[in-house]
Design a binder for this molecule. Structure first.
Ligand code: ZN
Ligand code: ZN
Ligand code: FE
Length: 741
């Protein structure tokens, strides 16, 4: 006689497809019992032969489906109740939803096989999906995550789809977006529908046309990447002067012809999140010059929706896939909006009738020293939760202003939202507010604490202060950068942070951006900073790096320096006057602006079309083998770059090129940073250094600095799950607010 036993397993699981998986596993092991979701997560009671129960418990986490991220499992033995079947129970309700919505996931291998199987009923059906793949966050309207609460609500499942959906043994059991050609969404191009529309789109692309393609989180603008005329036309129509376009390669082999693909990068490319991966481009990459002018890298991704797979297979070429918008507007995602805004840019629009609930941009990553660096965290990652090292009350953090995100939190969970973008655009600001409300409902967070930047004029601050009956917590910008990295690594500090970025509001009201902070989640002290200089014309200096060159020269030489080539002398001298007098020229310690100044000085770029462009191009031309450097005194935590600028100016005058100057400049900053961090850490008995802020997106700088710090015996933490840039500010604010309240 076999001994009967019973076990209760409780766990928290993010993602979907877990209950049907438990059902199948229990049936395989011949166990009775039930599974349900309650407010704390998943609850499973099983009973049957003792060995089978043991096997079940062992297999449960080990064999879990790809989209179910198991956070914890615990089990206890129970007396058997005599049950003899296994059931999926409805959730008791009333409680708070625990893990309601997963991130969108790339088409799985099983669905892909069906897509290209002429005998399958979903052959060439651009909306094939299953429990293991497909749209999630982008179609969710509310909770519980169920078909009526998605944008698939308007499509009634046909009998065959319904049967799959209701069969616990089927791959499509409770796959909310389940559909087929008989009952699901349809793709359209003008008057053409279905497969005809797809083939027309591919033919038009082949022909050099620009096609707007509705994807998972919004519209892309697509054209052949190797067609000079098509790419130039797209660039002109989009008014996107220099920003690189991402491309979609049909497969990994095609990607290898574009970029120097290492193992780490190949892994990033094929991940379920299918991000845009920035990789060093090959000199012989078959892409038009206008795809990514003056960039050492190409942003490459692989097809991630069935529609992309079909387009890629039919067009059989690498496509430019850039967000469907004009210049700095947010990406179009509603059909009426796309028609209005994209018709002037695209020759054709390939649309479909599955609505997108939340605009979600492609995520962007790169591999640095074998580790993933997140540059934009959005599709494929949102709304995944990150753990907070300290428990929070219900809170909302409103982030910064440019690469804006928000973040909700309660307990030890935080939900950083999707990339929203520049809040100074009216539509973006609206989607910020809509996004916050959406997340509050999805995760049942009713904010009692609202965190925001110290900057009084950020629109995110205005939004935060307009929220009534809450406790407001102001968090200094660079402190938030530091806290974000500590928190994502599960730490509270204290540590030294070398936080370098474009600009953030300092506690003294000054424009900070080259900061050495000593502190943790609770608070910080300013342990040092870059030598302050004037920013002539304020924000205009961001678009015109030559103004920073001028200001640094004035700082170094005092007298009016000679104008840089290409700058009108009268304007130059007027700006030098601003720098000297401080009129309309706030002081800044910004490291980003120092990079701008050097880029302008050595002739890389005097004006830019986006912030950070000059630094990106300086990095691209920099000689990575040069061992030289320039003087940069570190005294009392102050990084005095006046000597650096003087030396650079001398070399420029002597005819030394930007490649050598760039390489030596990067090395100079790396050395000074390591020295300053080691001193600051030593003085306080700390052993950990955090490197964050947008400047650290610079791969060369990071790769030079990290080993120097390690050689000094310091432990280095860098951003991995969130970006070094302001996309991480909201999460950092959440961590600080949680620690303080
Ligand atoms: Zn699938
Ligand atoms: Zn169907
Ligand atoms: Fe920043």
């Amino acid at each position: 006689m076999t001994r009967r036993t019973s076990a209760r397993v409780q766990g928290t699981v993010q993602g979907v497809g877990f209950r049907p998986y438990v059902y199948r596993l229990a049936r395989e092991e011949g166990l009775a019992g039930y599974v349900l979701n309650d407010e704390r997560g998943v609850l499973v009671d099983v009973e049957g032969a003792a060995e089978a129960v043991e096997r079940f418990v062992a297999r449960l986490a080990a064999e879990a489906p790809p989209l179910a991220a198991i956070e914890s499992v615990a089990w206890t033995a129970l007396p058997p109740t005599g049950a003899h079947e296994f059931r999926i129970l409805e959730s008791p309700g009333g409680g708070e939803p625990a893990a309601p919505v997963a991130a969108d996931a790339a088409t799985c291998a099983d669905c892909l096989a069906e897509l290209f199987d002429a005998a399958d009923r979903r052959f060439r059906y651009p909306f094939v999906n299953c429990t293991n793949c497909g749209p999630r966050f982008t179609i969710v309207r509310g909770v519980p995550y169920d078909r009526p609460m998605t944008t698939m609500a308007g499509f009634a499942m046909c009998e065959r789809c319904r049967a799959e959906y209701e069969d616990p043994a089927d791959r499509r059991f409770h796959a909310q977006p389940n559909a087929c050609p008989d009952c699901g969404p349809t793709v359209r191009l003008g008057a053409a529908a279905g497969d005809h529309a797809l083939r027309l789109a591919a033919a038009a692309l082949d022909d050099g046309a620009i096609v707007a393609v509705k994807g998972l989180g919004g519209y892309h603008l697509a054209c052949r990447a190797d067609d000079e005329a098509a790419v130039a036309r797209l660039r002109a129509r989009k008014h996107r002067e220099d920003r690189p376009f991402a491309v979609m390669a049909p497969d990994l082999d095609a990607a290898r012809t574009l970029v120097a693909l290492g193992e780490a990068e190949a892994e990033l490319l094929t991940g379920r999140d299918r991000p845009i991966v920035l990789v060093a481009r090959r000199a012989d990459a078959p892409v038009a010059a206008a795809v990514a002018p003056r960039s050492a890298e190409l942003g490459v991704m692989l097809p991630y929706s069935p529609l992309h797979h079909l387009l890629a297979a039919d067009a059989a070429t690498t496509l430019v896939m850039t967000s469907g918008n004009v210049s700095d507007e947010p990406i179009a995602y509603r059909d009426d909006d796309a028609r209005e805004r994209l018709t002037g840019i695209a020759d054709h629009v390939l649309a479909h009738d599955r609505p997108i609930r939340t605009r979600t941009d492609d995520s962007v990553v790169r591999s640095v020293a074998g580790r993933r660096m997140m540059l934009r965290r959005s599709r494929g990652h949102v709304p995944g939760a990150l753990a907070l090292p300290v428990a929070a009350r219900h809170l909302l953090a409103c982030g910064a202003e440019l690469k804006s995100t928000f973040c909700l939190a309660k307990g030890t969970r935080a939900w950083p939202g999707h990339h929203i973008g520049d809040l100074r655009n009216e539509e973006t600001l609206r989607s910020f507010a809509v996004g916050v409300a959406h997340f509050e409902r999805l995760f049942a967070v009713a904010p009692e604490v609202v965190a925001h930047d110290l900057h009084p004029d950020y629109l995110s601050t205005t939004y935060a202060l307009a929220r009534q009956d809450v406790e407001h917590v102001a968090v200094q910008h660079h402190h938030a950068h530091l806290a974000a990295v500590l928190a994502e690594h599960g730490e509270r500090g204290p540590a030294i942070g070398a936080i370098y970025d474009g600009m953030g509001y300092g506690v003294d009201g000054m424009v900070w951006g080259g900061e050495l902070l000593a502190g943790g989640l609770h608070g910080f002290e300013r342990a040092g900073h870059l030598w302050p200089v004037r920013m002539p014309g304020g924000d205009r200096a961001v678009r015109q790096p030559w103004r920073m060159a001028c200001a640094w020269l004035v700082e170094v030489q005092g007298a009016a320096p000679a104008p840089l080539p290409g700058i009108e002398p009268r304007t130059w001298h007027a700006v030098a006057e601003l720098a000297r007098t401080g009129l309309a020229a706030p002081l800044t310690t910004s490291m980003g602006r120092l990079f701008d100044a050097v880029a302008a000085l050595c002739g890389v770029r005097t004006a830019v079309s986006y912030e950070g462009q000059a630094a990106v191009e300086l990095e691209a031309v920099s000689d990575r083998t040069d061992r030289g450097g320039y003087p940069l005194d570190v005294a009392g935590g102050v990084l005095d770059a006046r000597g650096t600028i003087a030396a650079v100016a001398l070399q420029v005058a002597a005819g030394v090129g930007p490649s050598v100057i760039g390489g030596r400049f990067h090395r100079t900053i790396a050395r000074a940073t390591a020295q300053a961090c080691a001193e600051a850490a030593g003085a306080r008995g700390l052993d950990t250094v955090v490197l964050s802020g947008g400047v650290w997106q610079n791969r060369l700088l990071l790769e030079l600095t990290v080993p120097l710090l390690q050689r000094a015996g310091l432990r280095v933490l860098v951003p991995e799950r969130l970006p070094p840039n302001d996309g991480a500010i909201s999460f950092g604010q959440a961590a600080v607010a949680a620690a303080r309240s």
